[in-house]
Write a protein that binds this ligand. Sequence first.
Ligand code: AP5
Length: 226
Amino acid sequence: MPLNLILMGPPGAGKGTQASRLAARLRVPAISTGEMLREEVKRGSVLGREAKGAMDRGALVPDALIVAIIEARLQREDCARGFILDGFPRTVTQAEALDRALQRFGWSLHRVGSLNVPSDEVVRRLSGRRTCRDCGAPYHVELEPPRRDDTCDACGGALLQRDDDHESVIAARLEVYARDTAPLLDYYRDRGLLAEIDGRGKHDDVLAALLARLNLQTSGPTLAAS
Ligand code: AP5
């Protein structure tokens, strides 16, 4: 049975950071709807143009649009062993659509991890975040600064701030999370799938807590669900 996981949490909780670490350990793809949408915006596609306004305001793009993207993505070959969803679902409508899609594919969810981080820490993390335009390497102006201002240590590319990482938009994203996405915690808790994890602390410590709470045990060089 494929190992299908969801990572939830407010903006800046560390979903992307931990999804890529988990993906490397579990050898399944990390699928970030935010990343997929940003790629579309960068390419200037119709989808990207439709999504950009909502993203820049910190609002959600329409459910139908994001559900179609995810359904297509889950049918790609690399999901045959499982996947880690980062940033999807974000509404009860999306969660119900995911349930129906999984049922059609004959799959089920293994666990849902939710990273808890208080709002003041979210604002600190996101307002200081910078990303290399060319290679995507992540930085933080205080916590992980580059050696030279606004320049990537790895490739020399310019470091950019995400349009939605300005403080007024972060506040809007937090409101949207509380209103539209937090109700999903009960949705998955009621199904016995939810594991809540403190998202503060060192990356490796958060990863270890996630592995333990998601019932993923190390067995030799790879991991197995227990
Ligand atoms: P998306 O890209 O998913 O944004 P988000 O959920 O707000 O998440 P972030 O990427 O900002 O944060 P994260 O939790 O992944 O944390 P990260 O690891 O990056 O979505 C963007 C937009 O797209 C949405 O607003 C919406 O418009 C649209 N969208 C996407 N999905 C959608 C959907 N399903 N439906 C409708 N619309 C959708 O870490 C953040 C920072 O913290 C980094 O600088 C990192 O280095 C740092 N950090 C991480 N862990 C730690 C730690 N333990 N200690 C200190 N710093 C840490």
